[in-house]
Write a protein that binds this ligand. Structure first.
Ligand code: TRP
Length: 355
């Protein structure tokens, strides 16, 4: 029996951090034997925020190297660059004919990005949507909300549907896009009276979700938060970041409750240290003998034990252009094979037929 198709994309903006590693990459490595895994770098999606060309290319290359260094095996999984599959662009045009601009404008991610493009602050409770829409329509051409931002969900739906993926591991912020993908698939099937697309769902890895907090005291690690430890961080810079992580004044009474910034450091310790080390510092917190400086030193070394071999592999891989070229070519060929087949079917179904 053929394996179920798992697809995951990552926008090529910035380096990968510990949150990406524990939240996604490490899990991908574990499932690459059991599923038909396809991992791609969404450079077309990255274009929606108009990066400069040199940065875009450098970022694609970095993420590719980081994926490989983390253990994704190009002979098991299909690793490819979105823009290497031109079938995606054509199907994006075709699917857009069945997507409403209203439903796109109501998408949370669009509203966030449009606000950013217009230089507006975060929405307040009871904000007037109508006024916001007027601002988008009336916006100056130099502060525009580009059409690519609006149709971002169409492109993502195409990524998924063109590969016939049914399992799509995504973060919480992407669940709405996945919901739209299912809606578009159903709409296509019912409009053309076919049973062509299967509806994709979030991949459930089982167990509790991994918590990877940032170093700034609250919230999760995220590249837009500026609180990240990157896989590529050099030891000196990494140690400095960890030593500067937010804490508090320390427990004054035995068995005090733990404030979020400190609990966050323990979460990171739990991911990277041994149970004995975690217990040692938990006990020290409980009896008020803890010194955060010691905890941070330990944490930095334990994180480095995880990231150092990965960082070294990233740098080796980045230096091997031939290898990268081979991987990308092999991935593109495999991805295009499935994409071309789907696109041919979709053209046929929609009535674009050869004479
Ligand atoms: N939109 C996703 C993100 O920002 C990236 C992405 C693009 C994606 N296409 C996809 C994820 C297809 C899963 C499947 O994280």
């Amino acid at each position: 029996m053929s394996k179920e198709i798992v697809l995951s994309g990552i926008r090529s903006t910035g380096n990968l951090h510990l949150g990406n590693y524990y939240g996604a990459l490490r899990k991908f490595v574990k499932i690459q034997d059991d599923y038909d895994c396809r991992f791609f770098i969404a450079d077309l999606h990255a274009l929606t925020t108009n990066p400069n060309p040199a940065d875009l290319h450098a970022n694609v290359k970095k993420i590719l190297a980081e994926y490989l260094a983390a253990g994704i095996d190009p002979d098991k999984a299909t690793i490819f660059i979105q823009s290497d599959v031109p079938e995606v662009a054509e199907m994006y045009l075709l699917l857009n004919m069945h997507v409403g601009i209203g439903e796109l404008m109501r998408t949370t991610s669009f509203k966030d990005k449009a606000r950013k493009a217009l230089g507006l602050s975060a929405p307040a409770e009871g904000d007037d949507d109508e006024a916001f829409e007027k601002q988008i329509i009336g916006s100056e051409t130099n502060k525009r909300v580009n059409a690519g931002l609006l149709t971002y969900p169409t492109l993502m739906a195409v990524d998924i549907l063109i590969q016939k993926a049914t399992k799509v591991p995504v973060g919480k912020d992407q669940l709405q896009h996945l919901e739209l993908t299912r809606r578009f698939a159903r709409r296509f099937n019912s409009f053309y009276n076919v049973d062509y697309f299967a509806e994709p769902y979030d991949f459930d890895f089982g167990g509790a979700p991994v918590k990877v907090p940032g170093l700034d005291g609250s919230g999760k690690m995220g590249k837009s938060e500026g609180n990240c430890i990157y896989l590529i961080d050099e030891p000196k810079a990494l140690r400095k970041k960890v030593m500067r992580a937010v804490t508090d004044e320390g427990p004054k009474e035995p068995n005090s409750p733990m404030a979020e910034p400190v609990a966050n450091l323990f979460s990171l310790l739990e991911l990277t240290s041994t149970p004995e080390v975690v217990k040692h510092y938990r006990d020290a917190y409980a009896d008020c003998s803890i010194r955060y400086g010691d905890l941070k030193k330990q944490l930095a070394e334990d994180i480095l034990a995880v990231t150092t071999p990965i960082r070294e592999r990233i740098n080796d891989i980045l230096a091997d252009e031939d290898y990268l070229r081979r991987v990308v070519k092999q991935g593109a060929e495999k991805a295009r094979e499935s994409a071309a087949k789907t696109l041919a079917d979709v053209r046929q179904i929609m009535g674009i037929r050869k004479f």
